[in-house]
Design a protein around this ligand. Structure first.
Ligand code: GCW
Length: 682
């Protein structure tokens, strides 16, 4: 694989600071994060010849950028009309001075990065005061990183970017320079919390809570200057496996005390500790069911211990039977989270966040929104998205996920006039559970394996900050920060070509991926275990609950109330009716909700079988086109980055063709119905 000499700067190349670094800046305020702002500006000035003044002492100072949390009106003559709010900032420009005001240091840091994004345009013309604040307080990344190399899952479970940036071969990495750079990148896109270990908590990782807590504390120290709080995934069985207690029963007094004592010690070591993440009673992880308790009992005991410290428990709703009998047609994995959790609404403590995967199954390229999101008005909910591309090309394929996430966040479970998923996650006054993304970062020089997959991490942060952002606009931001400063030596026509190239490859890449993989929302059809590449029947006769039920007549899962598993009944109207109805169900989700004959006519006018053929030919062809466009743009990018993407596009073309041929051949053989266009199906 082609690799650059050093770690790629991603969306913070030094050149992105040129506009600030070549000017005169005043930074006012106190606190760790204000120091970070000062350091950032000072570093930029050292490179580009500008100056930074650390205080207003001496009165008249000729600055063109003022960043301040302190007595703004006195210092620079700007007074905000109202409170700016936690982590928010006000950005204005008049009389030749660009001003960022914040109530707290975190707001100032986010304001600085806004100025970085604007580049030169932050310093031209006048700018009416704009008020920016995050839609939600909680913008979290989960790392599925193991401390020990796991015999099957390796250092990072579902990681496609090398090893962990935190852990290496059984211990913490000695040099945390990379972690610091990571914190900076995360702050620049708006993320403020990171869970540093896998939700599947193995023996060594369990000990991060106790005798290896120091390993977590050093990471917290490095991330703190960027406003990032550290969270820890813990085992529900900790009182037994670490504390030597005979039980982990959440209602047992000794267990309660154990969690309280341990949490006090965590807080001593990490005063701004964010909280615990728990995967319980899920895929073999221990949980409250073993003691006849429910998940509210389980979550609450941890939440009680964290409450004095403004800590939270992210309790995952990913609970289902992974040992089901495939012959049993009544069990439906899609139903499981709702069946387990909806009855518990109102029973969770205030600092429990129920972390719900965005779809009812498992991060497939197309799923409906999870009905749990609409079922628990009295519970703080977070929506979990998978930035790591387990089921969307494993960072070997270009698949820009922001358009999918934007669709999920904009979905209105109660119909067009109701609240959107983004509002549920954001909560009143931004105090909801927010968004959680499963990280796609590793120790790879490009951070994310595929250089273009950096855009997914960037977009996750930006959507967590503002879920109503436009994915194409986010991509523009990312392109301009990542590529344009570096190519500034080129002409503006080159810059335009570069932008057009990246957009043409990425804008529609999620739908392209959908076209050449599992059709019409049916999901899976991937190689069991590693989940890369096609295997139509790979999961069909397994205990995992992920079936497509294709036979000679038709395909799809009947989840209707009338004749199927009744899953459609977990949605409020109108969706309970829309999904139930064969006529009204959206094409892209048809096979998620219905089992239909191959000749069934879609709203698009095509039959199911012809749709399968057409989309698979089209999807593979689009990848081929993307590769051509990338090749034509060779001179516009750094050569080693260009070469890396080119190699990956070769693999994507190969794999898309494999998908096309396996899916088409499978359904042609099952149905016996030929392609009306007579194309070659092997
Ligand atoms: O998607 C599945 C993955 C598991 C993962 C699990 C989860 C961390 O295949 O690797 O385990 O989901 O979300 O807990």
């Amino acid at each position: 694989m082609t690799t650059p000499d050093a770690v790629h700067p991603a969306w913070l190349p030094p050149e992105a600071f040129r506009a600030i670094g070549s000017r005169r800046t005043l930074v006012l305020g106190d606190g760790l994060l204000v120091e970070t702002v000062r350091d950032e500006v000072a570093r930029a000035c050292a490179q580009y010849g500008g100056r930074v003044r650390r205080g207003a002492d001496g009165g008249a100072y000729d600055f063109v950028l003022a960043l301040t949390t302190a007595e703004p009106q006195a210092a620079i003559g700007v007074r905000p009309d109202s409170a700016i709010g936690t982590e928010g900032y006000l950005l204005a420009r008049h009389d030749g001075v660009t001003v960022v005001l914040a109530d707290d240091p975190a707001g100032l840091l986010y304001g600085l990065f806004h100025v970085v994004r604007l580049g030169e345009s932050a310093f031209t013309g006048e700018r009416q005061a704009e008020h920016h604040r995050p839609a939600t307080r909680r913008r979290t990344l989960d790392h599925w990183d193991n401390v020990d190399v796991h015999p099957v899952m390796g250092q990072v479970e579902r990681g496609y970017a090398g090893g962990s940036i935190f852990w290496h071969d059984g211990g913490p990495r000695g040099d945390l320079t990379r972690v610091r750079a990571y914190g900076r990148l995360l702050a620049a896109c708006g993320i403020n919390a990171v869970a540093v270990n896998n939700v599947n908590v193995h023996a060594t990782e369990a000990r991060l809570l106790t005798d290896r807590l120091g390993d977590v504390a050093v990471i917290a120290d490095v991330l703190r200057p960027y406003g990032i709080r550290v969270h820890l995934s813990v085992s529900f069985a900790s009182p037994v496996v670490l504390g030597g207690l005979p039980t982990a029963d959440p209602l047992d007094e000794d267990v309660r005390k154990w969690w309280t004592d341990v949490t006090d010690r965590v807080h001593d070591a990490i005063p701004d500790f964010g909280g615990y993440v728990v995967k319980a009673d899920s895929e073999g992880q221990p949980g409250p069911f073993a003691y006849g308790r429910d998940h509210a009992d389980g979550a609450n005991v941890l939440a009680e211990a964290l409450a004095p410290y403004d800590g939270v428990v992210h309790w995952r709703a990913f609970v289902y039977n992974h040992r089901q009998d495939w012959r049993d047609r009544t069990t439906d994995r899609a139903r499981a989270a709702y069946d387990h959790f909806a009855p518990l609404d109102g029973r969770f403590r205030d600092n429990v966040i129920l972390q719900v995967k965005h779809g009812p199954i498992d991060f497939q390229v197309r799923e409906p929104v999870s009905p749990v999101i609409a079922a628990m008005p009295a519970t703080r909910l977070a929506v979990e998205l998978q930035v790591t591309q387990e089921y969307t090309g494993q960072q070997r394929h270009v698949c820009y996920l922001a358009p999918m996430w934007r669709e999920v966040l904009g979905f209105r479970p109660w119909g067009p006039d109701g609240t959107a998923v983004a509002d549920v996650a954001g909560g009143a006054d931004g105090n909801g559970g927010g968004l959680v993304g499963v990280s796609n970062v590793g120790d790879d020089p490009y951070w994310t394996g595929h250089p273009l997959a950096q855009a997914n991490l960037y977009a996750f942060g930006r959507l967590a900050w503002d879920p109503w952002s436009d994915p194409a606009a986010i991509l523009d931001e990312w392109i301009d920060l990542t590529f344009v400063p570096v190519s500034e030596s080129g002409t503006s026509a080159d810059v335009e070509r570069l932008r057009r190239t990246v957009h043409s490859i990425m804008d529609d890449s999620w739908r392209t991926y959908e076209r050449y993989t599992a059709p019409l929302g049916v999901g899976f059809m991937v190689r069991p275990g590693h989940h890369y590449g096609p295997d139509v029947d790979g999961y069909e006769y397994t205990p995992w609950g992920t079936y497509h039920f294709a036979d000679r007549d038709g395909v799809g899962v009947d989840r209707t109330r009338a004749t199927g598993t009744g899953f459609t009944g977990q949605y409020p109207p109108p969706w309970s009716e829309v999904y139930e109805s064969l006529d009204r169900c959206p094409d892209e989700l048809l096979l998620f909700f219905h089992h239909v004959p191959y000749g069934h006519v879609l709203h698009s006018g095509s039959t199911v079988i012809q749709h399968i053929y057409d989309t698979h030919f089209a999807g593979a062809e689009q990848v081929e086109q993307a590769r051509r466009r990338w090749e034509e743009a060779a001179g516009l990018f750094d050569p080693s980055l260009h070469a890396r993407v080119k190699e990956l596009l070769d693999e994507q073309v190969r794999c898309a063709e494999e998908w096309r041929d396996q899916i088409n051949a499978y359904f042609f053989r099952k149905s016996g119905i030929p392609d009306v266009r007579g194309r070659h199906i092997p």
